[in-house]
Design a binder for this molecule. Structure first.
Ligand SMILES: [Zn+2]
Length: 359
């Protein structure tokens, strides 16, 4: 594509409208370029900007950058670590927890037993049970206080034949499922944090409180592991995911939007139907356009088409429904997003505001 043509892109818009002149674009460019151009959403008052392609809505996240780097690693790089530590280092355990495990296994934590060996004048007794010397193995595994928590979490605990923490940890990695390994090491890390809170800040430990904080961290950790979870996306409601169509409340209308993509013929179709509180069809509209695009962008364009169409109408209470969860969440999100999808969502926000002001 010639750069001079790109600079004069306004020549390819229809007069007095913010739409591509499809006929002209198809005449001037080859099929591949024309398809790419026609999929670019147009917006009157927004300047060109960079966006991060690894996230749906264009915002940069360390998580997606990390995943990109991991995906680009060769098998040789992934095999670089060897021996026992290969499993923890190559796992998805948080770095701070890996660091903690490494320090705990190499006697680098400031536990009382080790401090006493280094002639620090303190009591060697465990701060929670006051019945045994505080070693790493005692505090994280054997202490009566933490043993009750391990049983509450329903994790198979390896005890008895181990007196040293590295041996116990080694066996956990060897014998437990991946999920149990992750939970076990997260619990060890949380126990250590709570222990430090007790020793340094005199916050008394209550087993129910510790379990609650462990569960909260585990839940957060699970959401981070879920590669489909996107914190830029908006909230969900109980009605989301309902497979049945429900009529709107009395004197309201409901608009259902949908989109279909025909990859082979480079076409996509927007559809929306309007029904009243009795489920009766009031109006319906569909438009077929040229272009190749992702399903969520096509669905977002359908919502935008419906909202734009509504501006000329005089309906009172309106409910808009889409079967694309990502689009619904993106519209509910308060983040300003800069991808193509984000631009279309921003236009939907503007249309929603103007509709709200109108009614
Ligand atoms: Zn103890």
């Amino acid at each position: 594509m010639k750069p001079s043509l790109i600079r004069r892109f306004h020549l390819f818009l229809e007069i007095d409208s913010n739409c591509w002149d499809e006929e002209l674009v198809n005449d001037v460019f080859n099929i591949r370029d024309a398809n790419i151009i026609l999929t670019i959403p147009l917006n009157n008052n927004v300047e060109d900007t960079w966006y991060w392609r690894r996230e749906k809505l264009g915002n940069y996240t360390v998580k997606s950058a990390y995943l990109m780097i991991q995906e680009s690693k060769t098998d040789q790089q992934l095999e670089a670590n060897s021996g026992f530590w290969r499993k923890p280092w190559n796992s998805e355990i948080a770095s701070k927890v890996k660091n903690f495990l490494c320090r705990a296994s190499s006697n680098c934590l400031q536990i009382k037993d080790l401090l006493c060996q280094k002639q620090v004048q303190i009591s060697v007794m465990c701060p929670t049970c006051n019945a045994h010397n505080e070693t790493i193995m005692h505090y994280l595994v054997l202490c009566s206080f933490v043993a009750s928590m391990w049983s509450c979490l329903n994790l198979p605990l390896l005890t008895g034949e181990f007196s040293l923490f590295p041996e116990w940890l080694h066996r956990v990695f060897e014998q437990q499922s991946t999920k149990n390994v992750y939970i076990t090491v997260m619990v060890c890390w949380m126990l250590w944090k709570n222990r430090n809170d007790l020793v340094w800040n005199q916050h008394s430990l209550d087993s129910a409180g510790v379990i609650e904080s462990i569960m909260s961290v585990l839940n957060q950790w699970r959401s981070v592991q879920d590669k489909t979870f996107d914190h830029f996306m908006g909230y969900m409601t109980q009605e989301d995911g309902d497979g049945h169509w429900n009529p709107p409340s009395f004197n309201s209308v409901k608009i259902n939007t949908d989109a279909t993509i025909f990859k082979e013929s480079d076409l996509y179709i927007h559809v929306f139907v309007v029904r009243d509180h009795n489920g009766r069809l009031i109006e319906a509209e569909s438009k077929c356009r040229r272009g190749t695009m992702s399903p969520d962008l096509a669905e977002a364009l359908s919502v935008r088409e419906a909202l734009s169409w509504l501006k000329e109408k005089d309906y009172g209470n309106i409910v808009i429904e889409s079967d694309c969860l990502q689009v619904v969440q993106a519209i509910r999100s308060s983040f300003i997003c800069v991808s193509y999808l984000g631009r279309v969502v921003s236009e939907c926000h503007c249309l929603l505001v103007s509709l709200r002001n109108k009614t």
